[in-house]
Structure formats: structure tokens, C-alpha cells
Design a protein. Structure first.
Length: 296
């Protein structure tokens, strides 16, 4: 595999690198907690959006630049290199939008894509449940047809950013009799309703990146179903494929950045001469490179 960039890819990188150098985000807030941090990332997304850099991988007709996969990889590498944050609506930009482009109706694309790009409406991903993680298709959250829409009851977990979200990509069971992968349907659930309780999960770092969702008779309008009844597994796979190509690519860049900091810190303390430290850093370097090449 040849990972040398073409002239077009190098020009893309240079333009982005120049823009990031000239347009850094405002300083990260030091107080105000996670809410202030989130507002800061939302402002950052608006700045990216105004310059056409919020989602270069989206087709031009939806407000992107039609960037190739390699250019999208360059985008994440440059964001990591410039040490700027990911846009606030990362799940909408990387997962939700691309899923709608494949499976959404024209009306859904018109309604949802623009506010994802501008960070007007934040999205979260309601897939995992307490007994359905790796085995996602065993999920139990139920959606029952009711007139023009659907009524949903169940529990989700690890829902990143739910506390800031307007829309949730929700996979729910609509047919309990069908084989487990076939009884699922993909919905867009409006998070602004009393029937949904969002409870933050406190991590060891003190932050609450993700949440539990308790859903008791929540309402989903009929036009918020994506890809057809019983087709939820296929639609969810589209979301997950985009998660791997986009989000996972950025996360390995972030890991590289953290490791470089650690190596600098060890060097500053004169610890690179210590065989044990050098061995451990070397092993971490190899693992990080493996992740980077796997991501490519
Ligand atoms: C930072 C972060 C953010 C996340 N954000 C979201 C989100 O926004 N929305 C969302 O829906 N989910 C989210 N998740 C959840 C994530 O997708 C789940 O953690 C994942 O699906 C794994 O499920 P689990 O945690 O229940 O682990 P489990 O499925 O219980 O797995 C536990 C362990 O058992 C192993 N294992 C499981 N099954 C088998 C098997 N059959 N054979 C051998 N080994 C097995 C696994 O490899 C793992 O090591 C997030 C997770 C993380 C870490």
C-alpha cells in the first residue's frame, strides 16, 4: 500500500494547515465545567462551518467539500496536529449525516443535514444497552406503532453527549417475533421530551462524557423512521462503518498526540536512558503505529 499523498491531497493538506494556523479556536475555558467546554466546542464548529471545514467529507451539495477518504484522513491528522478539538456535533457530522445520506428520504435530508453541519442541532447515538453491547442485535428497547408514529420504551447506556443532544439515532425492536437482527428499526428520536431521562455517568476523570437514557413511552413521529421498518440492522451498520472510518481515525491521532507528550515529558526528566521506561515507550509507540496504519 502506498500512502504517499498525491498533489491534490498535498494541496488539500496545505490549505487546511494554513487555515488552522490562521484561525485557532478561542482559548479553552478554564472554569464553567463541562457545559462551558461544550459551548466552546460548539463555537469552534461554527467557525469551521463558516469556513466550509465542518465536514469536508460531505458532498458539496450538502455543504461539504466532497473530500476523498484519504483527504478525510488528512483532515483528522491535521486537526490532531494543530491540537484543536473535534467539533461539538461530532456524532452528527461523522455518523448521523452520512447515514441519512444513504438511507434518508429527500425530506429527511432537507430537514436534518443543515442543522447538523452548523451545530444548531446536536446528535447522539442510542445503540448500546445494559445487556446489548458487543451483541447489539440483542437489544430490548421496544417501539410500538401508534397512529402516525411510534411509542418507545427501554434503556440505553454509554450515550455520549446525550445531555446536549436534540436528536438521538435510536435502534429499537419493532418485531419481537422476528429473528433478532431482523426485528429492529432505526429512528430519529427527539430528545426534548419528558419521557426521556438523561442520567450522566461519572467517569474516574470526574467528567461525564456519556449517559444512561431511561425512556418511558417516548414519542417518535412517523417521518422520523429511517430506512424502513425491520431494516434497522442494515442502517445501524452504515452508522458503525462511518464511526470506524471517521471517529476511530481521529481517536488514533489523539492517542499519538498523548504519547508524543509522554515521550517529551520522559525526555525532559532524563528518563529515556532508563531501559524499562524506554522499553515501555517503545512498545506503546509500536502499538500506536499499528493503530494508525490499521486506521488507514
Ligand atoms: C468512549 C466510549 C463512548 C461510547 N459512546 C457510545 C454512544 O454514544 N452510543 C452507544 O450506543 N454506545 C457507546 N459506547 C458503547 C460501546 O459501543 C460499547 O461499549 C460496546 O458496544 C461494547 O459493549 P459493552 O461495553 O457492553 O461490552 P460487552 O459487550 O459486555 O463486552 C465486554 C468484554 O467482553 C468481550 N466479549 C463480548 N462478547 C464476546 C464474545 N462473544 N466472545 C468473546 N469476547 C466477547 C468484549 O470484547 C469485551 O472485552 C461507547 C463506548 C465508549 C468506550
Amino acid at each position: 500500500m502506498d500512502l504517499t499523498f498525491s498533489e491534490k491531497e498535498t494541496a488539500f493538506r496545505d490549505e487546511l494547515r494554513g487555515w488552522l494556523a490562521d484561525n485557532p479556536p478561542s482559548p479553552e475555558p478554564t472554569d464553567g465545567g463541562e457545559d462551558a467546554n461544550y459551548a466552546w466546542r460548539r463555537d469552534w464548529q461554527r467557525k469551521l462551518y463558516d469556513a466550509g471545514w465542518a465536514a469536508p467529507g460531505w458532498p458539496a451539495e450538502y455543504g461539504g467539500r466532497g473530500a476523498s477518504l484519504t483527504e478525510s484522513a488528512i483532515y483528522f491528522e491535521e486537526i490532531g496536529r494543530a491540537r484543536v478539538p473535534l467539533p461539538a456535533n461530532v456524532l452528527g457530522l461523522l455518523l448521523g449525516g452520512p447515514t441519512l445520506m444513504v438511507w434518508g428520504t429527500d425530506e429527511q435530508k432537507d430537514r436534518f443535514l443543515a442543522p447538523i453541519l452548523s451545530a444548531e442541532e446536536i446528535w447522539c447515538q442510542g445503540f448500546s444497552e445494559p445487556d446489548a453491547g458487543s451483541d447489539l442485535a440483542s437489544l430490548k428497547t421496544r417501539a410500538v406503532k401508534d397512529g402516525d408514529g411510534w411509542v418507545v420504551t427501554g434503556q440505553k447506556v454509554w450515550t455520549s453527549g446525550a445531555q446536549y443532544s436534540k436528536w438521538c439515532m435510536l435502534v429499537a425492536r419493532t418485531d419481537a417475533e422476528a429473528a433478532k437482527h431482523k426485528g429492529l428499526t432505526y429512528f430519529l428520536m427527539d430528545m426534548e421530551q419528558d419521557a426521556i431521562q438523561v442520567r450522566p455517568l461519572r467517569q474516574i476523570t470526574g467528567e461525564s462524557e456519556f449517559n444512561e437514557l431511561f425512556i418511558e413511552d417516548a414519542w417518535i413521529a412517523g417521518d422520523c423512521l429511517v430506512g424502513g421498518v425491520g431494516n434497522g440492522w442494515k442502517v445501524a451498520l452504515t452508522t458503525l462503518m462511518n464511526e470506524r472510518a471517521g471517529l476511530a481515525f481521529f481517536l488514533q491521532v489523539r492517542l499519538r498526540r498523548l504519547l508524543d507528550d509522554l515521550i517529551d515529558e520522559a525526555a525532559a526528566r532524563g528518563l529515556l536512558e532508563d531501559d524499562v521506561v524506554a522499553d515501555k515507550l517503545g512498545a506503546l509507540h509500536v502499538k500506536t503505529e499499528i493503530l494508525r496504519l490499521t486506521a488507514y
